[in-house]
Design a binder for this molecule. Structure first.
Ligand code: ZN
Length: 495
């Protein structure tokens, strides 16, 4: 995705900062000049309320972040007392504060007591949310602000129920017209006939191929297959997507993980929660029901030959796996209330609280064993050399709130047994590698895009500190999470 628009944002925002400073100075100078100050204030007030400029905390041609703890996203140990120099949206220098001097004229930000990590690269995001039974409301305008506020600077929408909005939002953010992460916009789901009101029903391989081609022509940059796809249709979708340099992921059921790997799929969603590979009487091309698959996963031995054979196939064929523990946590008894509910409309808050209460009152739920089991399986996949990436999936019965849940997903990877540094790498550089964009994003290194999150404390030892986001730099522009969140608070569910 081109980010040329962001150079324009940096230019406009720097000029706007100049205007504001000018207006303040004139106001301070006294009433005589009030008639001069007034037009300046009006210019500030009349700006487009949706423009990125409204949410900026810091922007300058050269910024030096000094005395920060740097967690670089590679999994390497944190380094204390570092200086990071940002010039024209990219990282120009990084090193010990004692040896990297801020350039003359740089805006210097002292980050003593804070950590800087790469912006999160999150891979199972959506711009829609469960707003009613079987109904998904399109909330792209508020969600894109929440994702950025939570520290997400690049995301993939792993499935799209509204056609063009994901694509247009990705374009307008790339053009610097709206705040938000860079978006890898997925085409509407590639699925067979199902009961979903907001999905296409692709019956043949030719229909699947045409669907992928059409949506790529409209601007979609990736593909997501779903639970009722046939092997033939999936094969055609993968061939067409690869021909067009797009990657394909899937939340599968009718096709097993092993079959999809043989067909050339690039990624599988939801850890092993969606694997139907171990259902003994599974019929080809038929989803035996998500619940049946999940019962077999809950009972699976991570050291047993069947699971090891599947993992070997995925690793050999370089199929990535996306962990989405956040959505499953909301179904699991005894887990805490998820963060961020207060940004939702009161109706959506109530709806989720009722779902949460139901989960607490269901001791028979498979999730009691399935949730920790999937964590163990994800660890085994990584231990065997698999590429694990992370996302949140704001669906289910609600409660997976963009931005907040991205931080929660990193915490849950630590719950799953990864170290904080490994969890951060999974949520940053691993995903950048999957996207083939690791030369530009995913870690803190000279020449990379200045997509950086400033957090209070030290998430390399206390992972909960990933929630303490103070500033989110996207392409060198520092955004204020509080301003982004306040602009949507209580309204998430409407837009
Ligand atoms: Zn999803």
């Amino acid at each position: 995705m081109s980010g040329d628009g962001w150079a324009a944002v940096r230019g406009r925002a720097t000029r706007m900062a100049g205007l504001k400073a000018c207006a303040t100075w004139i106001t301070l100078a006294g009433g005589v000049l009030a008639s001069v100050a007034q037009p300046f204030r009006a210019a500030v007030a009349q700006q487009n309320p949706n423009a990125p400029e409204n949410f900026i905390k810091i922007t300058a041609p050269v910024i030096a972040l000094t005395h920060a703890r740097a967690i670089d996203g590679t999994g390497a140990p944190a380094r204390a007392d570092q200086t990071i120099v940002i010039r024209d949206g990219s990282i120009a220098a990084v090193g010990p504060a004692a040896s990297v001097t801020p350039p003359a004229g740089a805006t210097v930000v002292d980050l003593t007591g804070r950590s800087v990590m790469p912006g999160l690269v999150m891979m199972h995001e959506h711009l829609y949310y469960t707003t009613g039974p079987g109904v998904y409301g399109q909330l792209g305008a508020s969600f894109s602000r929440l994702y950025l506020a939570g520290g997400v600077t690049t995301m993939r929408t792993a499935g799209n129920v509204n056609g063009i909005m994901d694509i247009n939002l990705a374009r307008r953010i790339a053009a610097g017209e709206l705040p938000g992460p860079d978006i890898d916009a997925t085409a509407p789901y590639v699925n067979g006939p199902s009961t979903f009101l907001q999905m296409h029903a692709l019956k043949t391989a030719e229909q699947a191929r045409r669907h992928v081609a059409y949506w790529n022509d409209q601007g979609a940059t990736s593909v997501k297959a779903y639970m009722q796809i046939s092997r033939d249709a999936l094969k055609a979708a993968i061939e067409e997507a690869h021909r067009r340099n797009m990657k394909v992921t899937g939340h599968l059921c009718s096709v097993t993980y092993g079959e999809a790997a043989d067909l050339g799929i690039d990624d599988l969603e939801h850890g092993f929660f969606a694997a139907a590979d171990f259902v003994a009487d599974k019929q080809p091309d038929v989803c035996p029901g998500q619940a049946r698959g999940q019962q077999t996963i809950a009972a699976l031995d991570e050291n047993g030959a069947p699971f090891k054979a599947l993992v070997k196939k995925l690793v050999d064929k370089r199929v990535a796996l996306t962990s989405t523990l956040t959505v499953f946590e909301t179904f699991t008894r005894g887990r805490p209330m998820p963060p961020g509910l207060d940004v939702l409309t009161p109706q959506l808050q109530d709806a989720f609280r009722r779902a949460y209460d139901r989960a607490q009152q269901n001791p028979q739920s498979v999730y009691a064993t399935l949730f920790p089991k999937d964590m163990a399986l994800e660890r085994a996949f990584v231990k065997a050399g698999g590429l694990l990436i992370a996302g949140t999936d704001p669906t289910g019965a609600g409660g997976v709130v963009p931005g907040y849940s991205d931080q929660r997903q990193i915490e849950l990877l630590v719950d799953a047994g990864f170290s904080p540094l490994e969890a951060i790498a999974i949520g940053t550089l691993n995903a950048a590698k999957y996207l083939g964009r690791d030369a530009r994003i995913g870690s803190i290194a000279i020449g990379k895009q200045a997509d950086l999150v400033v957090v209070a404390g030290d998430p390399s030892t206390t992972i909960a500190d990933v929630r303490r986001v103070e500033t989110v730099f996207k392409r060198g522009i520092g955004f204020d999470p509080a301003k982004l969140i306040d602009s949507v608070k209580g309204q998430v569910g409407i837009w």
